[in-house]
Design a protein around this ligand. Structure first.
Ligand code: ZN
Ligand code: ZN
Length: 151
């Protein structure tokens, strides 16, 4: 039997040129909040917990930008826990820790199997974009010459 070749594709995406248009929790609930806009776009809204406090946090949908708005007061350098505001499932990723500070990362899911990952520590701006299907992405890029169709 022939081994199926695996493709590893590394793409460098300059910050602030793409934005997250649609992400969901692992159960498929949309995390976008059109009522709370940042830069004029629907923010990514999550339920945040820090110690005894609980409230919504609105994340900047522009990838690589951090104009986040939090309803709870989290001191710089402290870590929060993030949950889906609809079903309260945790968004913390097991086995994935931040390369910068060693804290846990959380993930929000893109429609075609990719994932946006970011650090849970307030003030740490470490984040990644993981695309599950590199081939699919390349096809889309060839077709549309833009990442919009994918994201
Ligand atoms: Zn959910
Ligand atoms: Zn970090």
């Amino acid at each position: 039997m022939k081994n199926k070749e695996k493709e590893v594709i590394a793409i460098e995406i300059p910050s602030k040129v793409i934005r997250v248009q649609h992400v969901t929790c692992p159960m498929g609930h949309s995390l976008m909040d059109p009522k709370h806009k940042i830069h004029g776009y629907a923010s990514v809204t999550l339920l945040a917990k820090y110690k005894q406090e609980e409230g919504l946090i609105h994340l900047d949908p522009v990838y690589g930008s951090f104009k986040n708005v939090s309803e709870i007061n989290v001191p710089e350098g402290e870590c929060v826990e993030l949950f889906c505001p609809t079903c309260h499932v945790t968004l913390t990723l097991d086995n994935i820790t931040c390369e910068e500070c060693g804290s846990n990362m959380f993930g929000a899911y893109l429609p075609h199997g990719g994932r946006v990952e970011a650090c849970l520590r307030n003030g740490c701006q470490s984040h990644h974009l993981k695309l599950a299907e590199g081939r699919e992405l390349l096809d889309k890029l060839e077709q549309y010459h833009t990442l919009d169709a994918y994201l």
